[in-house]
Design a protein around this ligand. Structure first.
Ligand code: TXA
Ligand code: MG
Length: 344
């Protein structure tokens, strides 16, 4: 299959570009498009065969459900049995935006492979002009996971999508680099108090300001044998080719770690904030200023992908504080490292 990439900005014939995307989706194909978080790979959420193509292109396990994207907030009343008060308050406060709400789905509304057989569904309205234009023109709900090969870091540029899915999907809408760089916050509103299943750009603090108590799980570690509350949590995620090790942001510990790695005749890539740039690593990828977690989030996945273009034997990453967006960064890093910390 040939993968076509169309640039969507003010200089090209927008209507024609969107029409091509709408036509592909309406005919049961998948299309990659930008959102404010990461690029998504979309199919019409009621079309089981089209949704199956998402799983196939990504190599995604079929028990990991997809998020359904809507172009108008109150479209969701057509799809869910009820919108609890707290969910409604969050929709008013955060949509369009990086918040996915888990709600009870009306039976037989979406293709069964969208929800992986669950009775609940994840819904969000993305805050990106291209995604919103596409959803509005299409006038159907779109199931879309991140547009990466399963296990790889989520794509924050059209080039990342192309690298992972070239030849596997017919169309990529290129809207430039995404703003936030990490996937949406996923919150389960079928329980009270609501539970954060995946931290993201809408932080626990922001949620509490609107709805009071929310449960923030202590750890993302999931027992393989257990049935995870957020399906898919048990799978490898965001993983570059070389093993990732987490390390506390301490200049001496990082220096010592790099020396030990070099003594073992190995090469190391370091992802860290700027004060670690002189640490002696073979490759250094800047996560920006320690005070600016938003910048770290924006660049994290691109840097993890860049490590695959080096010959590093291992990747060391300094962890941020778990406050604000730091919680989301920490969560993705723990998964990228499969829970491994550097011990010298
Ligand atoms: O920002 C985002 O959310 C991006 C963009 C493209 O919108 N999408 C995204 O999708 O990250 P994906 O498939 O990579 O992650 C979806 C997450 C998974 O962790 C999945 O387990 C969870 O949402 N999820 C989806 N439906 C669920 C449900 N009914 N119950 C619990 N978790 C659910
Ligand atoms: Mg994903």
């Amino acid at each position: 299959m040939e993968t076509k990439k169309l640039i969507v900005d003010n200089n090209v014939n927008k209507i024609e570009v969107y029409s091509q995307a709408v036509e592909k989706l309406m005919s049961g194909e998948v299309v990659a498009f930008p959102t404010e978080t990461v690029y998504g790979l979309g199919a019409i959420a009621t079309d089981e065969q089209a949704v199956a193509k998402i799983f196939e292109a990504k190599g995604r396990p079929s028990d990991n459900p997809l998020i359904v994207h809507v172009g108008k907030a109150y479209d969701i009343v057509k799809y869910v049995t009820s919108v609890p008060e707290k969910a409604d308050a969050c929709i008013k406060a955060f949509w369009p935006g990086p918040l996915t709400l888990i709600l009870d789905a009306k039976p037989n509304t979406f293709a069964p492979n969208v929800t992986a057989g669950l009775s609940t569904v994840g819904l969000r309205m993305p805050d990106h002009p291209v995604a919103l234009e596409l959803l509005t023109m299409l006038n159907h709900p779109v199931a879309a996971p991140s547009a990466n090969r399963s296990g790889k870091p989520s794509p924050t540029t059209a080039l990342h999508v192309e690298k992972d899915l070239n030849g596997r999907i017919p169309l990529i809408l290129d809207g430039g680099a995404t703003g936030i760089g990490l996937e949406s916050t996923v919150v389960d509103f079928t329980v009270d108090p609501p539970v954060i299943l995946r931290p993201g750009g809408v932080t626990a603090h922001m949620l509490r300001e609107v709805i009071g108590e929310v449960i923030e799980p202590e750890t993302t570690k999931v027992d393989e044998a257990s049935v995870p509350r957020a399906p898919g949590m048990k799978y490898a995620h965001y993983a570059p080719d070389a093993p990732v090790y987490l390390i506390q942001p301490d200049v001496n510990s990082v220096k010592k770690a790099i020396q030990t790695i070099h003594m073992n005749q190995q090469k190391v890539a370091l992802l860290a904030t700027d004060e670690f740039s002189q640490g002696g690593a073979d490759w250094f990828f800047s996560l920006g200023d320690q005070q600016n977690l938003e910048t770290s989030a924006q660049h994290l996945y691109a840097h993890l992908r860049s490590c695959d273009e080096t010959t590093a034997d291992m990747i060391l990453v300094t962890v941020p504080e778990k406050t604000g967006v730091g919680a989301a960064i920490f969560n993705r890093l723990e998964k990228a490292a499969d829970g491994n910390w550097w011990h010298s």
